[in-house]
Structures are given as structure tokens and as C-alpha cells.
Ligand binder design. Structure first.
Ligand code: PMV
Length: 334
């Protein structure tokens, strides 16, 4: 087992968590799945870019059965990655990221065959990397029969993509930023409160690749935005208040906090140099429509991530009315 000060790379984390566990696959073929998640209080900015350690806590809602299914097998002649029924070229970024991640775990010459299927409509423009890496970690745990605890699974998923550590769980989830350099205290866990009425729907405005990925955008924000110094305190306040609102099942309060948290994140990145502006004119139009609907009495709020699409927050019993205002809404409750 490594001493905390010796844990500096992803590989060190893997060696530490797996310690004496086998690196020889026990099973030939496994299947696993994990839900996508949308943050109500966002993760934006890392304190350690190698280990994906965040500056702040974050809090999310899982999207139930919408996410990724992964089938993983070994013993093939070459590595191969199939995404949504299409075999990916060696240079494809999804393939490169997936194999880089799997390389952290393999010690022999066995080749991986990965078949990934996103159950989120691909057209919906949801980021599926969180559910993808969480499902991969579940699959590896089965393939090697490690029987890791949930905290370790969450830490391993974080190495693939930060927000993936939250996709290890269903429902409302909090990711503790932690303070240690080795990141062993930076993991997600369920809030422990069920709120099946809480819904997230999608307004798809563009399906284009984001013009700057979240990794580069976070780095630029932390390094150049004069507003970033206010972000940690903002998130701390929002996370405290949203947890109280969740405990009270006070939907309007949850929505208000989620909305202002997303707007503060976007304002902070817009103040970067060069600026980071994910919005399209239609994003702002949609925001205004949400506010108009609210003025007319509909309890609906929005959140946005690293892209121009808008996600609506509402309670299940309002879905019919939300669809009247937003007929283009893609619902995520199946
Ligand atoms: O985990 P990443 O690197 O894909 O970053 C996620 C960033 C946001 O989606 C904007 C916020 C969040 O907490 O999910």
C-alpha cells in the first residue's frame, strides 16, 4: 500500500486501491450500466488536474435508466471499442480516452473489447462520459472480481472524468471535494433522500461538439477569470442551502438555487480571458421562456452545463404543463 505522499498519478491511485487484488481477469465477458447525472450545484475547477480533484463539493441528480451500458471482454487479438453499434477508429477521441483509462488497470498483454451503448438518446446531446466511466469501473470490478466498496469505485470513476464519480449512484448524490493531496477523501455518496418526483428534461438546441472541452475550459477559468475567487464560497452557500431545501422537499427553493448556481458558473467562465461562452442566442431565448412560464405560475427552473443546451427542472405532476410550454422537451423519465 502506498503512503499518501507517494500517490501522485492515476496509476498510483489504482495501485493503492487495488493493493493485493488480482490483475488477472476472472471472467471472460461482463456487462454493467450506470446512470448519467446532471449537477444542481456544479463542479467547475480542479485543485489537481491529474487526479481530477475538484475545488468544491457538487451535488447532482441521476437520470435513472438513462446512461451507459458497457460490455467488456478480454482475450482478443486487438483492442477494439464499439460505440452505439459503430466500431471506432484508432484516433477517435472516445476510443483513446477509454483505452487510456483501461490501461491504468491491465498488467498483462490481454486485449480489451469494449461495447458501449448510450441509453440517453444520442441526439439529446447529454454528456455521456460520466455514465460511461462509471459503467466501465463497474465492469472492471466484475471482470477481475475485485469486490471493491462503493467509495473506491467512485474514486476510480473520478479518474476517468470528475463527474463520473457521481454516476456510481442513483438519485441525489453529493461529491465531497476533500482536502487531501492523494484524493482519497474526494468521492461521491448518495444524499440518502429519495425524491422520485424530481425531474430533469432537455431542450436540445445544438448537437455540435462543444467548441472547448470542460477540462480546458475549467483550467482557463481557474487561471484567468477574476470572478473565480468568488466561486468556492458561492458553491458552499448553495450546497448548504440546497441540502436544507431538499430535506424540506421545497421544490421552488431547490430550483432557484440550481438556477442561480448554473448562472454563476457561466458568468464566471464568461469572465475568462479569452472568454468562454457556451450559450447560443437560443439558449438565452429558452431561459427567457422559462422565466415567462414562471411568471405565469408554472414551477419550472433551468440548469446548463458546458454547452448551449438547457435542462429543465420540474416535478413529475407538472410534466404535462411543462410540455405545453415546451413541446420540444425531451423527458428523461422513460
Ligand atoms: O466531469 P467533467 O470533466 O465532464 O465536467 C463536468 C462539468 C459540468 O458538467 C459543467 C458540471 C458538473 O458538475 O457536472
Amino acid at each position: 500500500m502506498n503512503k499518501p505522499e507517494d500517490i501522485k498519478t492515476k496509476r498510483d491511485v489504482v495501485d493503492h486501491l487495488l493493493s493485493h487484488r488480482s490483475r488477472h481477469p476472472v471472467r471472460e465477458n461482463v456487462n454493467a450500466s450506470a446512470p448519467a447525472n446532471i449537477a444542481l450545484c456544479k463542479y467547475w475547477g480542479k485543485r489537481n488536474t491529474e487526479l481530477n480533484l475538484p475545488v468544491t463539493d457538487s451535488l447532482s441528480l441521476a437520470l435513472g435508466h438513462l446512461g451507459s451500458n458497457i460490455s467488456l471482454s478480454m482475450g482478443h487479438k486487438n483492442d477494439s471499442v464499439v460505440l452505439n453499434d459503430r466500431e471506432l477508429k484508432p484516433t477517435d477521441p472516445f476510443r483513446v480516452r477509454t483505452l487510456d483509462f483501461l490501461n491504468l488497470f491491465r498488467e498483462n498483454q490481454d486485449e480489451f473489447h469494449v461495447v458501449a451503448q448510450n441509453t440517453i438518446p444520442t441526439a439529446a446531446g447529454f454528456a455521456s462520459s460520466a455514465s460511461g466511466f462509471a459503467a466501465l469501473v463497474f465492469a472492471l470490478d466484475q471482470l477481475y472480481q475485485w469486490d471493491l466498496d462503493q467509495r473506491s469505485l467512485s474514486i476510480l470513476a473520478r479518474l476517468g472524468s470528475g463527474s463520473a464519480c457521481r454516476s456510481v449512484f442513483e438519485g441525489l448524490v453529493i461529491w465531497h471535494a476533500g482536502t487531501s493531496d492523494d484524493g482519497m477523501d474526494s468521492y461521491a455518496e448518495p444524499l440518502g433522500q429519495q425524491w422520485p418526483e424530481l425531474r430533469i428534461g432537455l431542450i436540445i438546441l445544438s448537437e455540435e461538439q462543444k467548441y472547448i472541452g470542460s477540462r480546458a475550459a475549467m483550467l482557463r477559468t481557474v487561471e484567468t477569470s477574476p470572478l473565480y475567487q468568488a466561486w468556492p464560497d458561492t458553491v458552499e452557500r448553495d450546497i448548504n442551502e440546497i441540502q436544507d431545501a431538499i430535506a424540506d422537499t421545497n421544490f421552488s427553493k431547490v430550483g432557484r438555487i440550481a438556477e442561480r448556481n448554473a448562472l454563476t458558473m457561466h458568468a464566471t467562465m464568461m469572465a475568462s480571458d479569452p472568454p468562454i461562452m457556451y450559450w447560443l442566442p437560443d439558449s438565452l431565448r429558452t431561459i427567457k421562456r422559462v422565466w415567462n412560464a414562471r411568471d405565469e405560475g408554472l414551477d419550472v427552473f433551468f440548469t446548463m452545463d458546458a454547452g448551449p443546451n438547457v435542462k429543465l427542472l420540474y416535478e413529475a405532476h407538472e410534466q404535462k404543463h411543462v410540455l405545453e410550454y415546451f413541446p420540444e422537451l425531451v423527458t428523461t423519465d422513460g
